[in-house]
Design a binder for this molecule. Structure first.
Ligand code: APR
Length: 312
């Protein structure tokens, strides 16, 4: 693909947005637009990243802006604008502040990039993805949330650490909402094709699952200001790449359910095929009763919370 022939917009030039832009730049994905309400912040990061091109051998155009007209023609828009958690906060504590931001951003995307596919990162993720779809009126298949890739990557790290093996051979699967109710699936987590249930004890798997579910909180506590961004920003970039190159990767993402897994009218993390049309397919796993119950509990938790975003 020729230089600059693809265009990706990233809304929010903060920690997650800038990390995502940097990963995409390094992967030579095309033109990148970084948009933030603080224009200088977006422009400064775009210029810094452009200059880094010589060092890391990329040269696609990267611009910073606060003007939504600049996102016109973007095939993918990644939304990272909004407040991160502080110690002691749950992701759901961010609803009030971030729903309003998502409403504003959604209007801009609807006007200037009506054909785009939207990848949400702003928390609380599953609720903000639902809200973005409502604000834009885009097809549900074109509004997707990033969370499962990150949660699975966290689980992968803990498994690789416990076994003293490479990340590369670990394939973890974490479904459900991006919060305390997430559902790590040890039966579907393998190392070189071998389920971890054959490699680790029940206690070790339990500890890994718990640490995965608290993965974001552990980092918030350590950072003391703000939340994780290297892994979340990279995960959003990988989703964008799967869409732009129509790779049809099978990835856990927050997708709209309309009967799948026995749930309706809710966004929640499930395995999907991610391609040029967004959600190409939702993969329905054959879950055991205890697993499906956990997934449905997670879905119910977010469905109850949907009322609280209707006012924004
Ligand atoms: N329009 C555009 N940008 C905005 C808006 C808006 N209405 N409101 C805030 N922003 C920008 C801020 O100016 C800031 O640069 O969003 C950026 C957020 O960056 P950070 O504060 O560094 O937060 P970050 O760590 O990137 O997290 C962003 O992603 O993972 C989630 O929970 C996290 O909701 C949070 C989001």
């Amino acid at each position: 693909m020729a230089r600059g022939s693809r265009k990706v917009a990233i809304i929010g030039a903060g920690n997650v947005g800038a990390t995502c832009a940097f990963v995409l730049a390094e992967r030579k994905i095309g033109e990148i637009v970084l948009l933030d309400i603080f224009e200088g912040f977006a422009k400064g990061k775009a210029l810094d990243m452009s200059q880094g091109g010589k060092i890391l051998n990329y040269d696609g155009k990267i611009i910073g802006t606060k003007d939504y007209a600049d996102i016109a023609g973007s095939e993918v828009v990644i939304v990272t604008s909004g407040f991160p958690r502080q110690p002691g906060m749950s992701r759901e504590d961010l609803i009030g502040k971030n729903a309003e931001i998502v409403s504003q951003v959604g209007e801009g995307i609807k006007k200037y990039a009506p054909e785009s596919i939207i990848i949400m990162v702003t928390n609380p993720l599953d609720l903000m993805t639902y809200h973005m779809q409502k604000v834009t009126g885009f097809s549900h298949k074109k509004v997707i949330g990033q969370a499962g890739i990150l949660d699975s990557a966290r689980m992968t790290h803990f498994v690789a650490d416990a076994l003293g093996c490479s990340n590369e051979d670990v394939q973890a699967m974490v479904l459900g909402g991006h919060g305390d109710t997430m559902v790590p699936l040890p039966r579907y987590t393998t190392v070189g094709g071998i389920p971890i249930t054959q490699l680790l004890s029940r206690e070790e798997i339990e500890a890994i699952s718990t640490r995965t579910a608290n993965g974001g909180g552990e980092i918030v506590k350590l950072l003391e200001r703000g939340s994780a961004f290297y892994a979340p920003g990279s995960a959003a970039a990988i989703m964008a790449e799967s869409v732009l190159n129509d790779r049809r990767r099978l990835l856990p993402c927050s997708a709209y359910l309309n009967g799948e897994y026995g749930m309706e009218d809710v966004y929640i993390g499930v395995p999907i095929i991610l391609g040029k049309n967004g959600v190409e397919e939702i993969i329905q796993l054959d879950l055991k009763e205890i697993e499906i119950n956990k997934l449905q509990n997670s879905g119910s938790f977010y469905k109850e919370q949907l009322q609280s975003i209707l006012q924004y």
